[in-house]
Design a binder for this molecule. Structure first.
Ligand SMILES: [Zn+2]
Length: 315
């Protein structure tokens, strides 16, 4: 079964995260150390956009023992993600040298996460926790020094804080909000394509929420900037964690007030109105001209799918 057979069922990747974050344990270094050495404990190891997996026959296993992770070259610093079925799960990073040392091995490999998620190579119920590990590992790698005074910071609270030993400033992991919206005008929806998209692929327009901006205003601003379309009502649908490196996609529906598109070519290669029939063909990868919609992995697929099914609240 291809992922497209699921349309309109299923949900975007990274949404389901059955882990119990057990935040109270973050404050007890002794308990975290005991959990690290417990035989039931497991870890996800991330390096840039890749996940470390062990290949077992034609299957891959991403949940490794701490020993397996360390032997494969993971950094010893662990980030406590939480408890799953009572067992602790940690996130671990890896240095470029350790990642390079894996080249040529076929039993333990770094595999690009997005491709594995799109192909269903990792059980979907694990993707939320893997996204959590990826965002956290990336944050630690990019925030090793105090933004206030430049001193090297230290990991605290199971990895959920970094602290500056000089000025005592506390630094916390960040999540960056991004709005992504299905804009409709009657029976048509607005989709655009960025230069780096695969040929023929169109998706919903998106952009970062700016300082002191509401979600609704961010949708109206982004849509107008990229396409020249003014929007009226904006309604919220659902969110999707997007660990590249730490975004939260906020899926919305918006009703257009005009239809004359003016594409901002610094942001988009093209933007067009599509009929319901075309949008359906694009989601199902059956468009006669080879145009395609977003993959079921992405929230945009579900925004278009929901609109096609007429359950949207705007448009
Ligand atoms: Zn400092």
């Amino acid at each position: 079964m291809s992922p497209f057979d699921l349309f309109p069922l299923g949900q975007p990747a990274f949404v389901s995260n059955p882990i119990d974050r057990a935040a109270h344990l973050r404050f007890h270094d002794d308990k975290l150390m005991a959990l690290e050495s417990h035989p039931a404990t497991r870890a996800y190891v991330l390096y840039r956009d890749s996940l470390l997996v062990k290949r077992e026959g034609d299957r891959v296993r991403a949940l490794l023992t701490i020993d397996e992770a360390l032997k494969a070259g993971a950094n010893p610093g662990t980030i406590f993600l939480g408890l799953r079925d009572g067992a602790a799960v940690f996130g671990m990073g890896m240095s470029p040298a350790a990642a390079e040392a894996l080249a040529g091995r076929d039993d333990t490999t770094l595999t690009e996460l997005r491709g594995m998620a799109m192909q269903g190579a990792v059980p979907p119920e694990q993707l939320g926790t893997i996204a959590m590990a990826k965002s956290m590992v990336s944050w630690h790698q990019r925030h090793g020094f105090c933004a206030s005074c430049g001193t090297k910071t230290a990991m605290r609270e199971g990895g959920w804080k970094r602290e500056c030993p000089a000025c005592k400033t506390e630094h916390f992991p960040r999540t960056d909000p991004v709005v992504i919206s299905l804009v409709a005008s009657g029976d048509k929806c607005l989709l655009g394509r960025q230069k780096q998209f695969p040929p023929g692929m169109y998706s919903c327009l998106a952009g970062f929420v700016e300082a002191a901006e509401t979600i609704e205003d961010a949708v109206r601003r982004e849509i107008f900037e990229e396409s020249g379309i003014r929007c009226a009502e904006v309604t919220y649908y659902m969110t999707q964690p997007w660990p590249y490196p730490s975004s939260l996609m906020i899926g919305c529906n918006a009703r257009a007030l005009n239809e004359d598109i003016v594409v901002d070519h610094t942001e988009l290669e093209d933007a067009r109105w599509f009929s319901r029939d075309e949008a359906r063909q694009m989601l199902l990868r059956q468009h006669p001209n080879g145009l395609a919609g977003p993959h079921p992995f992405a929230i945009a697929h579900h925004l278009v799918g929901r609109w096609l099914h007429g359950t949207e609240t705007a448009g």
